[in-house]
Design a protein around this ligand. Structure first.
Ligand code: HEC
Length: 429
């Protein structure tokens, strides 16, 4: 007998399709009949559907008696809803004479069956089996832009070659401009100067000309010549938006190196969501760091740094310059309050913005007006009037930036204490 039961249980994967088809068909039939005021489906079909549902549920329950099933959420709910489907289908057949009740219970039966089917599918095929291809599609679409960051070599140079080189290359230099190599593009032409504004998202003469009306005599390529396609224009615009990088796209900074910085209480963040450029600030440990520590920490991510603050790190001196010189993208550097001397002045001219207050190069402190201006620019506001750690008077010398807000302390030790558990001290500010 038990072998027969076992056989019955194993019929489950086959039997279960019968009530699915029949209950769905009945549901559709009854919905239509209810709308049109027709009589219900013949009793025979209702009874057959109920019998099939009962057999499917029974066989499933029997199958579960076999050893080897891992109890989990999906199995549990598949079984519960399956049994509910079987029972409600039998109830349908019993209530057949009362059309309204029969149809209501049928609705319940179909609903529980859909649930049972869903969890059954999860058991056999895994979660998200059906939607997985769509999820993958969505994920692909999202990850496409970073994967295809415009590259000068791959995307831009061929366009210039095809559409501009006739008049802007070795053979001809209309307007004094060559567009066949980075150095010529940077050198630029007679009127516009450099054809691109490297490192900036806008202000590119080349794009201004491309976007001019076709009739405009400054429009490029000139009217009557082969024009750029929409895609080519978009590519060029996208490339210029990135600051016209000529090298390969900047790779993300080494995650382990970034983590090491964070472990050392150094603030690191990307400057925008779609860029791998980094802002690094040593405020929390400024008094402890020296040239060697900073060099070791930053060397692995030097290519990614565009903004660096070593402010108030008194042990930092001219010995930091070899590291600074190796940061090709560094644009903003704060050496406020460091021991840097005039010996580094020439090298620092390479960097767009350098803050040197309170150093041997620039001895005066920033005036109050200037300080507030800097704050306004960076949208950083001072949040506290007394030291959040001790409650003592604050000293502007000991300032850190935490979550876009400037916090000042009474002594050089408090920032360290603060960084160990910022939330704790923020309550006290
Ligand atoms: C059929 C010839 C021709 C083609 C093709 C052409 N240009 Fe020009 N371009 C000119 C002439 C002529 C000038 C100079 C007149 C002027 O300054 O308006 C010029 C000037 C320029 C200048 C200004 C240079 C300066 O500083 O004075 C830029 C930028 C420029 N072209 C970009 C392009 C780009 C980008 C393409 C390709 C998409 C292109 N041109 C294709 C003929 C051409």
């Amino acid at each position: 007998m038990s072998l027969l039961l076992e056989f019955f249980g194993r019929l489950h994967p086959m039997l279960l399709h019968l009530p699915i088809g029949m209950l769905c068909a009945l549901g559709i039939y009854e919905f239509r009949a209810w709308r049109k005021g027709d009589p219900p489906a013949p009793r025979f079909w209702v009874s057959l559907a109920a019998a099939c549902a009962a057999f499917a549920a029974g066989s499933g329950w029997q199958l579960h008696q076999e050893p080897g099933y891992v109890e989990n959420f999906a199995l549990e709910w598949h079984e519960r809803l399956g049994i509910a489907t079987g029972l409600s289908a039998i109830l349908c057949a019993m209530l057949y004479n009362n059309v309204t009740r029969y149809r209501k219970v049928l609705l319940l039966s179909v609903a529980t069956m859909l649930g049972a089917g869903h969890y059954g599918g999860t058991m056999t095929h895994g979660e998200d089996f059906i939607f997985e291809p769509l999820l993958r599609l969505a994920a692909n679409n999202e990850s496409q832009p970073p994967a295809s960051v415009v590259s000068y070599e791959r995307d831009i140079a061929p366009v210039f070659k095809a559409k501009c080189s006739k008049c802007h290359s070795a053979s001809k230099q209309k307007g004094g401009l060559r567009l066949d190599a980075p150095e010529w593009i940077l050198k630029g032409g007679k009127n516009d100067g450099a054809a691109v504004n490297v490192g900036h998202p806008d202000g590119h003469p080349i794009l201004e000309r491309i976007l001019l009306d076709l009739e405009d005599e400054d429009h490029m390529p000139p009217e009557g010549k082969r024009q750029l396609t929409l895609e080519e224009t978009d590519l060029i615009a996208e490339w210029l938006q990135l600051g016209a990088p000529f090298g390969p796209p900047l790779a993300a900074a080494d995650a382990a190196a970034v983590q090491r910085l964070r472990d050392n209480l150094v603030h690191v963040q990307t400057i925008s969501t779609e860029s791998n450029k980094l802002y690094v600030d040593f405020a929390a440990t400024a008094t402890d760091i020296n040239n060697q520590i900073v060099t070791e920490l930053l060397m692995p991510i030097k290519d990614n740094i565009v903004e660096l603050s070593l402010a108030r790190a008194v042990q930092i001196d001219d010995g930091i310059m070899p590291l600074i010189a190796q940061m090709p993208r560094l644009e903003i550097l704060s050496l406020v309050g460091t021991s840097i001397t005039a010996a580094s002045e020439v090298a620092l001219k390479e960097i767009a913005t350098v803050h040197l207050f309170d150093t041997a190069i620039q001895s005066e402190q920033p005036s109050d007006a200037l300080a507030t201006e800097i704050l306004a620019e960076g949208e950083i506001k001072l949040t506290n009037s007394e030291c959040p750690v001790t409650g003592e008077m604050i000293d502007p010398k000991y300032t850190i930036v935490y979550q876009g807000e400037e916090i000042q302390f009474c002594c050089p030790n408090c920032p360290k204490t603060f960084w160990e558990d910022p939330e704790k001290y923020l309550g006290a500010k």
